[in-house]
Design a protein around this ligand. Structure first.
Ligand code: HXC
Length: 531
């Protein structure tokens, strides 16, 4: 593995409205004629951090980047550090515009003392965090660091503490996005974990509290960087990373795109983009995408594509907990957050990871005025010892908590089925859903017909002359009575039963009249979300 390489030459960036057309080679070395010794040192420093600088130049709109504190150096003298004083101290801190809006960003460079964070390096980041918060502008962190600079001891540890505290102060006020662009350890992963989004570059970025060398000395375990903390681990297994990007360019272009769905701060609304397609579009394809047999799988992302404005869906946590799909989209130009059960993965059942994933996304939407649209097709929570022992009670409750806590507009459509606890949790009227819709064949019940009949009628079936026929008869009676949206609609738990082909139009019309929703929770210091 060559950890010093960025992989921007591997593949072109995805088609992306926010992507810039000018390709920047992140290995570009700026050559400036030295004039004095001091100038030589500065230029040498800049040359060394040119990868980091090029990453930021790619992030900002062309020609808008202004660097802050480029000449800062550390003052440490231990372990020979006095001979390794590099202007900038291994981090480029800057401000500029992204799609015309102010954004602050820093990029670390592992070619300077492993990108490690000493006191001066930390002070530069802290200053940027303070400026971003004051200016009400997003902060982007390009992390490429071995963590606290060992030679600077407690000054380095303290530096991370200052950064973490500001990460938390900024949480829910300004969007914070972390790109992991190389091997990152210690504070260089804890700070990202405190931000709204983390994205990794496949094959060249890694996240761990302690690297393989330290693991080996402590536990004698041999483990590769990829296994310990590559994108295959964090974007697929742990969910620590929301995105796995193919190379640096894709990482940066997708970060620009992600910003286009977010407001600059929690006092603003997300940017509106005039839709190209008809918001009143009534599409017969809704019937084709969803099979009427509730046991037959389908890809709910096809349904999302029919509901959302053309090509507007931006999936988050695409590779983790695939039994639920979350992401941003636009509906009639307005940003919405989609939460959709995914019938083609584990029948769309809710489990620990799905609950954590959706809960986190809902809280992000709620923090930034993004209405939540839930597309529901869920058989319930996954039963069993594995889930119970891993704490599904608490993790499932996180999802419940997030829906109950969210005060943004909450709209939902029950597509085919919504059973048991999952019915209540998934944006039901009872937990504060604003607009609740269902397709005409939607099944809403405590459980499916077969299970219900087994619980309620076991003795009747056993006593019958023809137990099988009796069971069929009872199942049919249960289905006729419960497995439709009628009772819920009559009780007012559903606001309307809609035809599948009018789903986009109806959601848009209800969204339009909910956009100015204001709802407040009782005054409190903060709630206490389950662990
Ligand atoms: C000082 C560091 C450093 C660090 C790396 N370097 N990490 N210098 N402090 N924390 C230096 C190396 O000495 C080396 O310098 C250069 O960076 C490249 O490092 P390599 O090990 O050669 O690179 P690589 O093989 O790619 O491995 C990268 C790595 C590894 C996986 C990140 O360096 C590593 O494990 N570092 C330690 C990580 C760690 O445990 N950090 C925890 C810090 S505690 P030369 O001069 O030889 O090129 C922390 C506190 C906060 O952060 C905790 C929050 C809760």
């Amino acid at each position: 593995m060559n950890t010093n390489q960025t992989s921007n030459s591997q593949q072109p960036p995805k088609e992306n409205s926010s992507a810039k057309n000018t390709a920047v080679d992140s290995h570009t070395v700026q050559t400036v004629a030295p004039q004095t010794d001091e100038r030589t040192a500065l230029v040498e420093g800049r040359r060394k951090i040119s990868v980091a600088r090029a990453r930021l130049e790619r992030l900002f709109d062309d020609g808008t980047m202004e660097e802050i504190g480029a000449e800062v150096t550390h003052r440490a003298t231990d372990f020979g550090l006095e001979k390794r004083r590099i202007p900038g101290d291994g981090v480029v801190t800057a401000a500029g515009l992204v799609d015309g809006r102010p954004v602050y960003a820093f990029a670390q460079d592992r070619t300077v003392l492993g990108g490690s964070l000493g006191q001066a390096h930390a002070q530069k980041i802290v200053r940027l965090q303070d400026l971003a918060l004051r200016a009400g502008a997003p902060l982007i962190a390009v992390n490429d660091s071995g963590g606290a600079r060992i030679q600077e001891g407690v000054d380095a540890l303290g530096g991370y503490g200052e950064i973490f505290r500001r990460n938390v102060q900024s949480s829910g006020v300004i969007p914070q996005i972390s790109i992991i662009a190389g091997p990152c350890a210690g504070g260089a992963v804890y700070s990202p974990a405190l931000t709204d989004f983390v994205g990794m570059v496949e094959g060249s970025s890694f996240m761990f509290l302690t690297g393989p060398k330290v693991v080996k000395t402590v536990t004698f375990e041999d483990v590769t960087v990829e296994e310990l903390g590559g994108a295959t681990t964090h974007a697929y297994k742990t969910g620590v990373s929301h995105f796995a990007w193919k190379n640096d360019l894709e990482a940066i272009d997708n970060t620009r795109k992600l910003l286009s769905y977010l407001p600059s701060n929690n006092r603003e609304n997300p940017p509106f983009i005039e839709p190209e397609d008809d918001v009143e579009r009534m599409d017969p394809k809704f019937h084709d995408v969803v099979p009427s047999n509730t046991r037959q799988p389908y890809d709910v992302r096809k349904l999302v594509a029919l509901v959302a404005d053309k090509d507007s869906f931006f999936e988050v946590h695409e590779n983790w907990a695939k039994n639920i799909v979350v992401g941003f989209a636009r509906l009639g130009g307005h940003v919405i957050g989609i939460v959709a059960n995914q019938p083609q993965e584990m029948a769309g059942v809710l489990d620990i990871d799905a609950s954590r994933k959706a809960a986190r996304f809902i809280r992000t939407c709620n923090g930034y005025h993004i209405p939540i649209v839930s597309l529901i097709d869920v058989p319930g929570f996954l039963p069993g010892r594995t889930q119970e022992h891993a704490g599904v009670i608490d993790h499932g409750a996180k999802l419940l908590y997030a829906y109950c806590e969210a005060t943004v507009p909450k709209l939902s459509v029950i597509i085919r089925k919504s059973y048991g606890g999952a019915y209540i949790v998934m944006s039901s009227k009872h937990v504060g859903g604003d607009i609740n819709l269902a397709w005409p064949d939607a099944e809403i019940a405590v459980m499916g017909a077969k299970g219900a009949v087994e619980v309620l009628n076991r003795r009747d079936i056993a006593a019958a002359d023809d137990p099988e026929a009796k069971q069929e008869e009872l199942i049919q009676a249960y289905e006729d009575k419960f497995l439709n949206p009628n009772i819920a609609a009559q009780r007012g738990y559903l606001d309307a039963v809609i035809e599948p082909h009018e789903t986009r139009r109806k959601l848009y019309r209800y969204l339009r009249v909910m956009l100015n929703k204001r709802e407040w929770m009782p005054p409190k210091r903060h709630g206490n979300i389950p662990t």
